[in-house]
Design a protein around this ligand. Structure first.
Ligand code: SAH
Length: 203
């Protein structure tokens, strides 16, 4: 499948019906999701692999991984409504993904999820709750040797320091995340946030 084709398919994924600001529920736009997934595919991290999407929301990254030929895909989110929406999106696109309700801070989660090859994620950036992204990074590094994650542009240094002994960043791809006016504190119809996709390799 070509990148453009993947992007077109992912455009069909329905967004959150009732997005929750406290959980930083912003669906990754199809072009950015496709870019992350296609990059991972080219690196050999998707096809035939077990892939896990942490904070899967409506499922765009997990569903895309399944459509690109991952062997087994799991997605977890703490919001049961998001998981229902992810299941509906997977059915719409005929993607085989096991979605679960779960909180990344739950110490039992690594045992439930089991080992996987690749984590793909767009965690909360910590705008509503400081350091909300940290348990995502911790869990990702505990279950998979390779992680692709979207962060605010300029986060690389923090991530490097935070993961110091545990991982190294071996690639960084810049991108843009257009955020449509969703919550009452949004002051623009669309605001473009500069982001970066980091590939973390567990040491
Ligand atoms: N990965 C999706 C959603 C990104 S928004 C996408 O790319 O479109 C971040 C998601 O993380 C939200 O769906 C939110 O419900 C979820 N989330 C926030 N805190 C969480 C936690 N502690 N455990 C699991 N999921 C969480």
């Amino acid at each position: 499948m070509k990148l453009k084709h993947l992007e077109m398919i992912l455009q069909r994924i329905a967004g959150y019906h009732h997005p929750r600001a406290a959980l930083e529920q912003y669906q990754t736009p199809a072009p950015l999701a496709a870019r992350l997934l296609y990059h991972a595919l080219m690196k050999g991290d998707i096809e035939g692999k077990t892939v896990c999407d942490l904070g899967c929301g409506t499922g765009v990254l997990a569903i895309g991984a399944a459509l690109l030929g991952a062997d087994c895909v799991k997605g977890i989110d703490s919001d049961p409504q998001a998981v229902r929406e992810a299941n509906a999106n997977a059915a719409l696109l005929d993607a085989d993904v096991a979605f679960f309700v779960g909180d990344v801070r739950d110490a039992a989660l690594p045992g439930c999820l089991g080992r996987c090859d690749t984590v793909v994620m767009n965690p909360p950036f910590g705008a509503q709750k400081a350091h909300a992204d940290r348990p995502f990074i911790d869990l990702a590094l505990s279950i998979a040797p390779v992680t692709y994650s979207i962060f605010n542009a300029g986060s690389t240094q923090f991530i490097e320091t935070y993961t110091a002994e545990r991982a190294e960043i071996d690639e960084r791809v810049g991108g843009v995340f257009p955020i449509k006016r969703t919550f009452s504190f949004h002051t623009h119809d669309v605001q473009e946030i500069e982001v970066e996709i980091l590939r973390l390799i567990r040491k």
